[in-house]
Design a protein around this ligand. Structure first.
Ligand SMILES: [Zn+2]
Ligand SMILES: [Zn+2]
Length: 225
């Protein structure tokens, strides 16, 4: 199998953009701490579309609002869908872990909650790497073919370029020249210590580069990047 690899060079990351992105490094740590507290709250297991879920999560939403008013620019507290996603994510992760999914479902949307993938992962398998997709909401991970666009189903490898940059040796832009979508994959075959969602988030320069080249991200990460 031939890999279409076009190396690119990218300078240092430009400044963060407006709103949610205009935050201090401590912001991400505080958000992660909040999400962990939701995970540990031993909330009852309800389907994600249950009408009772709002009532159960409301006290945590209020806590999140208080936190945002303290650590984020004022406009962030108005971004309700963003805040709801931050809150629902750790709850959905717990549910997905309890529910269990079949990794071998080979479908473009999450087999547990139906959301889009946010980051592909390449994990060691035999002599090479096996590609999987990780859900943007519940973090479930399922197997997916290496040469297949999760957005439009393109499978012609000439139309599925992979871009890398020296400053992120284990993160690669997996683009599609048919639908002009992309996701950033994290290659754990070259860096076994990588954490897909974290390294995806930390490689913002690749998003800006992809945007300039006319590619649109299949699914933005939790911080809207
Ligand atoms: Zn999911
Ligand atoms: Zn495509």
């Amino acid at each position: 199998m031939r890999t279409v690899l076009r190396r690119i060079r990218i300078g240092k990351p430009p400044p963060l953009r407006q709103g949610v992105k205009q935050t201090s490094p401590g912001f991400y740590v505080e958000v992660a701490t909040f999400q962990r507290s939701v995970e540990q709250a031993a909330l009852p297991a309800l389907p994600l579309d249950s009408p009772d879920l709002d009532r159960i999560l409301q006290p945590h939403f209020d806590r999140l609002l208080t936190l945002m008013k303290r650590i984020a620019p004022p406009q962030v507290s108005q971004e309700v869908p963003f805040l709801q996603h931050l809150l629902l994510q750790p709850y959905a992760e717990c549910q997905a872990r309890r529910g269990g999914i079949s990794r071998a479902s080979v479908q473009p949307l999450c087999p547990f909650c139906g959301e889009q993938p946010v980051v592909p992962a390449l994990r060691p398998a035999g002599d090479g790497g096996k590609r999987s997709l990780i859900c943007s909401l519940c973090s479930a991970e399922w197997d997916f073919r290496r040469l297949l666009c999760p957005r439009c189903g393109e499978e012609d490898q000439e139309k599925l370029p992979i871009y890398t940059a020296e400053q992120f040796p284990h993160v690669r832009v997996e683009a599609c020249d048919s639908c002009h979508g992309y996701l950033k994959a994290v290659d754990l075959t070259s860096n076994g210590l990588a954490v897909p969602q974290v390294d995806e988030l930390a490689s913002l320069a690749l998003d800006l580069w992809s945007d300039e080249k006319g590619y649109t991200k299949l699914q933005t990460n939790v911080f809207g990047l």
